[in-house]
Ligand binder design. Structure first.
Ligand code: IVH
Length: 740
C-alpha cells in the first residue's frame, strides 16, 4: 500500500467507523455487527501505525462513540464485568478453598495459591487500549453494558494515555476511588460554592466520574487501582500475581497490599493485616479479595451467572448499632409474600443512616426458626423494643438481637396479620413454608405493582424510559392505567384514542412520549428466556428461565409441556404437603427420619404422558421440583394465565437459537454425564459442555443424544443401551470437544 492508498483508506474508514459509532452510541441502532466493526477498527489502527503522519484529525482511533449529548453513550463490554461472591467468616474461606479443590479435582496435598488484596470501595472501570492508545473507558453498568466515560477517564492521572510494549488489545479493569483527604477538601470546596456535598468518598468518586463535562472531572482528585482485565489479544502472564506485576510495569497503580498466599490460613493472616491497616490507608476499603493465582485454573473454574468461581470478597465484619422499634410494617412482594419491616428510630450504622430493617418473617419475630428451634434464646420482638441492627456492606440491614432488659411494660407481642394489608385477601402459610402469602393474586395492587416492576427490570423487558417509578405512575393513572404487562403494549393505542392523552402531563413532552412508545415497540420482539423471567414466577430466576428456554426452545413447546405436566405437579404438591404435615407432627428425630416420600401412592395413578412431561421438566439440569411445581401451578391459575395470554397477543417471542451460533460438535446436543469422571469434576464437565452449546440433562431419555459414562455407571448406561443412545467414555468426550 502506498501513501495515496493509505490516505484514501483512512478517509474511507473514518466515514464508515464514525457513521457506525453514531448509529451505535447515539441512535442505539447499530448498522454493522461487532465483528465487522472490530475488523474495520483494527485495519484503521494498522494503517495508522504504518503511516503515523497520515492519521486524520477525525481519526476513529481517538473517538469512540459519538459526542455525548444526552447522558452517556452505551458501551457493550466485550467481556462481561463481573461482581464477586461474598464471604464473612474464616469458615467461608475454608469452604471456598475446598470447593475449588473439589471442582478442579485437586488432592489436598496439591499446592493451590491465591492472591489477596484490598477490596477498594469505589466504582469499577474498564479502560480499553488498542495499539497502546487509550481508546475507551466504560463503567460497569449492569455488567453487560456500561456508560462511555472515556473523556472523563482521560483526566485521571493514574490512568496512562498510552502504553508501550502492551498487547495490541488490552482492557484494564480496576477501581476508581477518592482518597479521604481529597474527599474532605472537595466537600469543603463544594460547601463554600453552595454546591452539593457528598455523603462518602465512594459517592464522590462516582459523581465525579459521571460528570457530563470532563472539565469538572478534571478538577476532581480521582485515582485508579488496576486489579483485573477484560479482553486481551495475548495473555498478560500465567498467574494473577504475574498479570498484576505486568500491569504495574505498564504504568498502572496496583495495590501495594497485594500478597500471594498458599492457602486459607495464609489468606486469613493477610486479611488480618489489611484489617489492622485499614484506618491508616487513607482510602476506603470494605474487605479483602482472594483470587486463584493460576490463570489456567481460573479459566477452568469460569463463572456462575454473575460471579467468578475463582474469586471471592471476604468482607469486613458487619457494623452494629442499637436502636428502638417504632413500628412494624408489612410489605407485600411480587409473589404475595408478606415481609415484616421494622421501622426504627434512625441510627447511623457504619456511616449510613438506617431507619428500616428487615425482620424476615413471622417466625423470626416470634423467636423461632422455620423448624421450630429457638433463635435469640426464644425472645420475640415487639414494638417499643430496643434492638440491635446489623448492616454489612450493601446488604439490607437486619434486626439481629433484642435487649429484653429495656422492654417497656406496655410492649405487646406482635400479631402477624392473617389478611393482606394491601387488598384484604386472606394471607396463608403453606405447610413447610416460612412465609405467609397474600392469596389475592392479580387483584392485589401491591403484587400487581411488584410484578410490573419486575417485568420492566433490566434482566426482563428492560424498556427504556419505563422504570419502577414510571410503572407506579401508570398503575395509578386513571385515564391510561397499566395494571398488567399487556397494558404496556396497548398504551400507545389507548393514548391515541383517549381524550386525556399523555402529552403535557408531568414529565411527558411530545419527545418523551414518542421515545417511550418507540422503546415499547422495540420490545414487542423478545427472547424467550427474558419473557419467562419477566413473568415473575416464584423460584424462576434468570438462570432457571434460561435453562427452560434452552431446553424447550419455543414458547409453545414450553406451554405444551407445562400443560401436560399439570396433574403430576398437583400430585407432587399434595405429596409435599402430606409429608410436611407428617414431619411437623413427628414427635422426635427418629420418627422424622422414617417418614417416606408420600408421592408414590398418588403417582401410580397418573397418566403416563403427565409423568413423562414431569420427568422431562425436572430432568433439566438446574430445574428442581419446586421450580417445576411453581411453573406449572402458575399456568393453572385461570386469571394469571389469561393475563399472560393477553400479553402474548402483543409479542413476537424469539425462540432460543443461541446454541446454533456456537461452532462445536456438541452444540444443540443433549448430553448426560454418569459414573466417575477422572479428568474433571462433574460441575466442570457441565459448565464446559454448556459453554460449547450442549444441553446437560440429569437423566437419560429418548431425547438424549450422548451419554458420557465413567467407571461405575449403572442404570443410566443400561437405559441408554435400551434406548439406543450413543455412549462414550470420558477420554472420547475430551477428544470430541477438542480438550484431549
Ligand atoms: S476483582 C471478576 N478486585 O468489587 C472479578 N474487584 O463486589 C472482578 N472491587 O465489581 C473483580 N476491589 O468493582 C476485584 N481488588 C479488587 C476489587 C474489586 C474492589 C469491586 C469491583 C467489583 C466489586 C464486586
Amino acid at each position: 500500500m502506498d501513501r495515496d492508498d493509505a490516505a484514501r483508506a483512512l478517509a474511507d474508514l473514518a466515514v464508515q467507523l464514525n457513521r457506525a459509532n453514531s448509529a451505535y452510541y447515539s441512535d442505539d441502532d447499530p448498522v454493522i455487527d461487532d465483528a465487522t466493526y472490530d475488523a474495520l477498527k483494527q485495519r484503521n489502527a494498522a494503517i495508522e501505525a504504518a503511516f503515523p503522519d497520515l492519521k486524520r484529525d477525525d481519526s476513529p482511533s481517538d473517538r469512540v462513540g459519538a459526542p455525548v449529548t444526552d447522558g452517556f453513550g452505551k458501551v457493550a463490554h466485550r467481556v462481561r464485568m463481573m461482581s464477586l461472591g461474598n464471604a464473612f467468616k474464616a469458615a467461608d474461606i475454608v469452604d471456598f478453598d475446598s470447593g475449588i479443590r473439589r471442582y478442579l479435582n485437586l488432592p489436598g496435598d496439591q499446592p493451590l495459591h491465591y492472591t489477596a488484596e484490598p477490596k477498594i470501595d469505589g466504582l469499577s472501570l474498564s479502560v480499553r487500549y488498542e495499539n497502546g492508545q487509550l481508546v475507551q473507558a466504560a463503567t460497569r453498568g449492569d455488567g453487560a453494558t456500561g456508560e462511555n466515560v472515556t473523556e472523563n477517564a482521560r483526566t485521571i492521572a493514574s490512568i496512562p494515555q498510552t502504553l508501550t510494549h502492551a498487547p495490541d488489545v488490552l482492557e484494564v479493569r480496576g477501581e476508581v476511588y477518592m482518597r479521604h483527604d481529597d474527599f474532605a477538601d472537595l466537600n469543603t470546596r463544594q460547601a463554600a460554592a453552595g454546591a452539593k456535598t457528598f455523603a462518602n468518598p465512594r459517592n464522590a468518586a462516582a459523581g465525579s466520574l459521571r460528570q457530563l463535562d470532563p472539565n469538572v472531572t478534571r478538577d476532581r482528585p480521582l485515582h485508579f487501582f488496576a486489579y483485573a482485565w477484560g479482553e486481551v489479544s495475548e495473555p498478560l502472564a500465567d498467574t494473577q500475581a504475574g498479570a498484576i506485576a505486568r500491569l504495574s510495569d505498564l504504568g498502572f497503580d496496583t495495590n501495594p497490599l497485594t500478597a500471594r498466599c498458599d492457602g486459607p490460613d495464609a489468606l486469613i493472616t493477610h486479611y488480618d493485616r489489611i484489617a489492622a491497616d485499614r484506618a491508616t490507608l487513607g482510602y476506603d476499603i470494605d474487605g479483602v479479595v482472594y483470587k486463584v493465582d493460576n490463570l489456567d485454573y481460573q479459566r477452568r473454574l469460569g463463572f456462575r451467572s454473575t460471579t467468578p468461581r475463582w474469586a471471592i470478597a471476604h468482607k469486613f465484619p458487619a457494623e452494629l448499632a442499637w436502636t428502638k422499634v417504632e413500628g412494624i410494617d408489612i410489605q407485600v412482594g411480587r409473589t404475595g409474600a408478606l415481609s415484616p419491616v421494622a421501622r426504627l428510630t434512625p441510627v447511623t450504622v457504619g456511616g449510613v443512616v438506617v431507619s428500616n430493617a428487615t425482620l424476615h418473617n413471622e417466625d423470626y419475630i416470634s423467636g423461632r426458626s422455620a423448624d421450630g428451634t429457638m433463635i435469640r434464646g426464644g425472645a420475640d420482638i415487639r414494638i417499643g423494643d430496643w434492638v440491635e441492627v446489623y448492616r454489612a456492606g450493601d446488604v439490607i440491614p437486619k434486626v439481629s438481637n433484642v435487649d429484653l432488659s429495656r422492654r417497656p411494660d406496655t410492649a405487646q407481642p406482635y400479631d402477624f396479620p392473617t389478611s393482606c394489608p394491601e387488598c384484604g385477601s386472606d394471607a396463608v402459610r403453606d405447610e413447610g413454608d416460612a412465609v405467609r402469602r397474600c392469596t389475592g393474586g392479580l387483584i392485589c395492587p401491591a403484587q400487581a405493582i411488584e410484578k410490573l416492576r419486575h417485568f420492566v427490570s433490566r434482566a426482563a423487558f428492560d424498556i427504556e424510559g419505563l422504570g419502577a417509578k414510571q410503572v407506579e405512575y401508570f398503575f395509578a393513572d386513571a385515564a391510561l392505567p397499566v395494571r398488567e404487562p399487556a397494558d404496556i403494549f396497548t398504551l400507545q393505542q389507548r393514548n391515541a384514542a383517549s381524550l386525556a392523552k399523555l402529552e403535557n402531563r408531568d414529565g411527558f413532552g411530545p419527545t418523551s412520549v414518542r421515545n417511550l412508545f418507540a422503546a415499547i415497540d422495540e420490545k414487542r420482539s423478545i427472547p424467550l428466556n427474558r419473557l419467562i423471567f419477566a413473568l415473575g414466577i416464584r423460584h424462576v430466576g434468570e438462570v432457571a428461565a434460561a435453562d427452560l428456554a434452552r431446553h424447550f426452545g419455543t414458547w409453545d413447546a414450553l406451554m405444551h409441556a407445562v400443560d401436560l405436566a399439570g396433574p403430576a405437579a398437583a400430585a407432587q404438591l399434595d405429596a409435599d404437603a402430606a409429608e410436611a404435615a407428617e414431619r411437623m407432627a413427628a414427635a422426635d428425630e427418629n420418627r422424622r427420619a422414617r417418614i417416606k416420600p408420600a408421592r408414590d401412592a398418588v403417582w401410580s395413578d397418573l397418566d403416563p404422558a403427565a409423568k413423562a412431561a414431569w420427568e422431562d421438566l425436572v430432568g433439566i439440569d438446574g430445574i428442581g421440583a419446586s421450580v417445576a411445581v411453581s411453573l406449572v401451578t402458575t399456568f393453572q391459575q385461570n386469571a394469571e394465565r389469561a393475563s399472560i395470554q393477553r400479553l402474548l397477543d402483543h409479542l413476537d417471542v424469539q425462540p432460543v437459537v443461541a446454541t446454533d451460533n456456537i461452532q462445536s460438535p456438541v452444540a444443540g446436543k443433549t448430553v448426560v454425564f454418569t459414573g466417575t469422571l477422572e479428568k474433571m469434576t462433574r460441575a466442570e464437565a457441565k459448565a464446559r459442555a454448556e459453554s460449547l452449546g450442549a444441553k446437560v440433562a440429569g437423566s437419560v431419555s429418548a431425547k438424549t443424544d450422548l451419554l458420557i459414562a465413567g467407571p461405575g455407571s449403572g442404570s443410566k448406561s443400561d437405559k441408554a443401551a435400551k434406548l439406543g443412545v450413543e455412549t462414550i467414555d470420558e477420554d472420547a468426550w475430551l477428544a470430541l470437544i477438542g480438550d484431549a
